[in-house]
Design a protein around this ligand. Structure first.
Ligand code: AMP
Ligand code: MG
Length: 353
């Protein structure tokens, strides 16, 4: 099919909104990653999202709104906690899982009784949703299993000729997907970590928040049903990846003694330590820069021409937990812990410098 390339202008965001309202698919920028948007109330349009992405039918979509008052058709009710969190973090990178509304077709929520809803912060996304006049279902605008897109170029690589339009709104400021927080039970649960941290949520609610076991380990059975996304291969680069926990020196020593055909993914300024081909993802002591660069780096690992890449693990607190979670999945949970082997301080094995 013919794909339109749209810009972040009033005329083009209006056109993108009209395409979505009429049942089409538009890849659009948000502050987290690019989303593939369709009318969340239109089962046929949503079915096309699943087909184009090759997304398993039991992985629910996040529904995007431009005003809190527009949440009504998507959800059944918003409790006090949901209002507090929406006030504090919307528009922004926090998805709230709430009881679903009757207006949503089953396909949007993958048949669940709940739905993830968020108000994105990118002005172009808000303009498109307003112009569409409907809630917009939008998973990441990539082919299922590949790293999420953080630029219009990434969307073009994955979706050109498969969607009605791609709207270029520049590079995504955050770079990893939203925090997903379930409010279905008495205690809120982080199902996927992102830029809105569990600490920040705890602070706003003034009560405990738990982290789903699926954030740091493979899960099966009941835990998969709670957060269906966790059971699928995610963010897989074209070349196999191993995550390595260890400081700069230990990492370089380890990687430089590997057989030929190995490559590395490290922080800026660290490639000079290495005798293997390497790419970088942000600065060691700056998780914002790591989140922003991560998916683009994962997409370019093939260019190293190696048969396995060893990635230096980020610190896993705050936003770092979201980055660590994406890298763990990209590495299919294959982790080497140098700090453990070398007795180098279990609390900060991945320290900078
Ligand atoms: P993506 O749109 O590609 O960022 O993926 C959306 C993620 O949100 C998936 O991993 C889902 O597991 C999660 N999600 C969406 N809706 C729900 C829901 N109702 N319950 C639990 N998780 C959800
Ligand atoms: Mg995705």
């Amino acid at each position: 099919m013919n794909t339109l390339l749209l810009k972040d202008t009033p005329a083009d965001t209006a056109q993108a909104g009209a395409i979505i309202r009429d049942g089409g698919l538009v890849a659009l920028p948000t502050e987290t990653v690019y989303g593939l948007g369709a009318n969340a109330l239109n089962a046929e349009a949503v079915a096309r999202i699943f087909a184009v992405k090759g997304r398993p039918a039991d992985n629910p979509l996040i529904v995007h709104i431009a005003h809190v008052k527009d949440i009504t058709p998507a959800i059944a009710k918003m409790d006090h906690r949901a209002h507090q969190l929406a006030d504090a973090f919307w528009p922004g990178p926090l998805t709230l899982v709430l009881p679903r509304g009757d207006a949503l077709p089953d396909i949007t929520t993958a048949g669940l009784d709940s739905v993830g809803v968020r108000m994105p912060a990118h002005p172009a996304a808000l303009a498109v949703i307003r112009a569409a006049g409907v809630p917009v279902a939008a998973p990441s605008a990539n082919r299922s299993g590949t790293p999420s897109p953080t630029s219009a170029q990434h969307c073009i690589e994955d979706l050109w000729g498969r969607v009605d339009a791609i709207l270029d709104g520049g590079d995504c400021a955050v770079g990893i997907e939203s925090t997903v927080l379930s409010l279905l039970d008495a205690q809120p649960v982080v199902l996927r970590p992102g830029a809105v941290t569990a600490e920040a949520i705890r602070w706003v609610l003034g009560s405990p928040v738990s982290i789903s076991p699926g954030v740091l380990a493979p899960v099966s059975g009941e835990a998969q049903t709670v957060s269906p996304g966790v059971k699928y291969r995610h963010y897989a680069p074209g070349v196999p990846l191993t995550l390595v926990r260890g400081d700069r020196e230990a990492f370089a020593h380890y990687v430089n003694s590997l057989p030929a055909g190995s490559g590395a993914l490290v922080f800026e300024g660290e490639t000079e330590d290495l005798s293997v081909p390497a790419l970088t993802y942000g600065r060691c002591d700056d998780p914002e820069s790591q989140a922003e660069r991560l998916f683009d780096a994962l997409r370019r690992l093939d260019s190293l021409g190696v048969s396995r890449v060893y990635a230096r693990a980020p610190q896993s607190e705050g936003l770092g937990l979201g980055i660590y979670n994406r890298l763990l999945r990209a590495a299919s949970f294959e982790v080497i812990d140098l700090a453990k082997n070398q007795g180098g301080g279990p609390d900060r094995p991945d320290r900078c410098g």
